[in-house]
Each structure stands twice: as C-alpha cells, then as structure tokens.
Design a protein around this ligand. Structure first.
Ligand SMILES: Nc1nc2c(ncn2[C@@H]2O[C@H](COP(=O)(O)OP(=O)(O)OP(=O)(O)O)[C@@H](O)[C@H]2O)c(=O)[nH]1
Ligand SMILES: [Mg+2]
Length: 281
C-alpha cells in the first residue's frame, strides 16, 4: 500500500509551506516522505520535489502557445488536464515502491476542487495505482474570523468534499498569525454554533432579514449534521502538526500495517509460549 495527501486550497492559503513543514516533521520522525509539485505555475518552494509537473508542462507553455493563447487561469486548468492525458508520465515518475508516503502540492485555483473533475480524476488514478488517498484542504484562518466569512468558507469546503468524495480534512492554516481576540472569535465557531455564527450578521433591512434567515438555515444544517469541521493548524507548534498528522494518518490507514505486523508478532509469541507449556507438561 502507498499513501497520498492531496494538498489543496485557495491561492496563498499555505499549501507549499504546509508540504515543506509536514515533510520535515515526518523526516524528523525518521520516516520517509516525498513531495510532488503539481503546480505548473509554481516559482519557488522550500522543499525539493521528487516529481515536478513543470518538467512535463509549464503554465507559460499553455499561455505562449500561438493557437491555445490561454490566460493564466485557463492555462493552469489546461495543464492539469494535460497531466491527466499524460498519466503514464506521472505513473513512471512516481515509481512503484510499496509504503511510499507522498504529499501532492496542488495549484491554488479553487474551481479545480469545488466543481471541476480533474483533481477527482487524479485521485482515482492514484487509487488505481495502489495509493490510499485523502484530500487536505487548507483555508487561511485569517479569512474565517467573522460569521459570514466562516459560513462561506464552510460552504466552499462542503462543495470540495462533495465533488471529490475522498476521505477529507479541512485545515485552518496560519493560526500563528491570529491575534488573541481573533483566535477567541474563531474558537466560537469551531464547535458549530449557529447563534455564534449569526452574531455578526446584521438584519436591519428586509434583505438583511432574509440573509440572516438563510445564514441561520445553513448554520443549523452544518451544526445538526456535523457536516464540515476544521482542524486549526499552527505550523510553528510541533504538537499541532502531530495532532493533525495523526488524524490524517488514521484516515489513510498509515501505520496500520505496522500494527498488523506487531499483532502477528504477538501471535507468534503466544504460539511459542503455548509450545513451551506443552513441552513442560
Ligand atoms: N506566518 C505564517 N505564514 C505562512 C504560513 N503558511 C504560509 N505562510 C505564508 O503565506 C504565503 C503563501 O504561502 P504558500 O505556502 O506559498 O501558499 P500556497 O497555498 O502554496 O500559494 P499558491 O501556490 O500561490 O496558491 C507565504 O508568504 C508563506 O510564507 C503559516 O502557517 N504561518
Ligand atoms: Mg504553492
């Protein structure tokens, strides 16, 4: 079995920084990990990618092409579709080693995740190649500190979850940047509570009243069904990273093989003992 995190989220939400920090953390625990850059427009990142989509296609190739003439956003979508069409290239680059743990650093174009099919196709390819895949969606915590923004971030996360149908975790990134007051505000929303969410939604006008009612219904739905949850991540705090990785690794069943091996070992041990008892008798 192999293991994959598809790291996604809006532009600048911290995906590449997350990949470097998580890779460093896993390596410090003496486990091996690889990072694959799947952002055809990436300029620089701290990690050294094992595989880099820019060796297959760069967003400039799509933009400079005299027939295609894409702008940066269309160009990026084209590159991701090109990757799927050239799946053999990716398969060869990834190799076939058992037990690989790979972080895929994806581009920051939210429509790739909310309703387009390319990332879903990528996940299906990886699953066919023997990966346990999960999606990790980063949302910048600074954009989630008032009720209406939290609701809209939650709805974006929900559409990604529905579109991809993968084991999924939503991460609030850049927690180290929040002031104490902002952190307190955010804490009120983390345990879904419609009243807290609505406290920022003004309702003086008739539009305001309707908007408040809609927000209330959405808030209740999220609260009643525990549909979307967020894990806050402070990348400067090792405990925060370990906690999140534990959640993710449980989802992709990373480490369970080791448990099985331990169980086999225990079984062997007790068989041996049983033999010993017989001999003794
Ligand atoms: N303080 C702090 N800054 C962060 C954190 N994560 C990312 N940043 C900063 O936010 C900016 C964007 O981070 P990236 O990791 O490049 O974000 P990205 O999601 O990969 O961006 P795109 O690939 O352009 O969509 C950089 O200046 C990072 O240094 C964090 O956890 N804490
Ligand atoms: Mg990036």
């Amino acid at each position: 079995m192999r293991y994959a995190q598809l790291v996604m989220g809006p532009a600048g939400s911290g995906k590449s920084t997350y990949c470097s920090a998580i890779a460093e953390h896993i390596e410090n625990e003496k486990n091996s990990v690889m990072v694959v850059n799947l952002d055809p427009a990436a300029e620089r990142f701290k990690y050294t990618p094992t595989v880099d989509i820019r060796e297959l296609i760069h967003v400039d190739d799509a933009m400079d092409d005299e027939i295609l003439h894409f702008g940066p956003n269309g160009g990026l979508v084209f590159c991701m579709e090109y990757l799927i069409e050239n799946q053999d290239w990716l398969r060869d680059q990834l190799g076939e080693d058992d037990d690989d743990y790979i972080l895929f650093d994806l581009p920051g174009q939210i429509e790739l995740y909310t309703h387009m099919k390319t990332v879903k196709q990528l996940a299906e390819l990886l699953q066919n190649w023997g990966f346990n895949v999960c999606s990790v969606m980063l949302v910048d915590s600074q954009f989630m500190v008032d009720g209406p923004k939290f609701i809209s971030g939650t709805m974006a996360a929900l559409s990604v979850m529905i579109n991809l149908e993968l084991p999924h975790v939503n991460v609030l990134s850049k927690m180290d940047l929040l002031s104490k007051t902002a952190r307190k505000h955010l804490d009120n929303y983390l345990e879904p509570d419609t009243r807290a969410l609505l406290s920022d939604v003004k309702s003086n006008t008739s539009w305001g009243k309707k908007y408040r009612y809609l927000s209330k219904c959405i808030g209740r739905m999220i609260e009643d069904y525990s549909l979307v949850q967020f894990v806050p991540l402070n990348i400067k705090d090792e405990d925060s990273i370990s906690g999140l990785l534990y959640t993710i690794n449980t989802m992709i069943q990373y480490g369970e093989d080791q448990d099985v091996r331990m169980t086999d070992f225990d079984q062997q041990d007790s068989d041996d003992n049983a033999g010993g008892v017989e001999q003794f008798e």
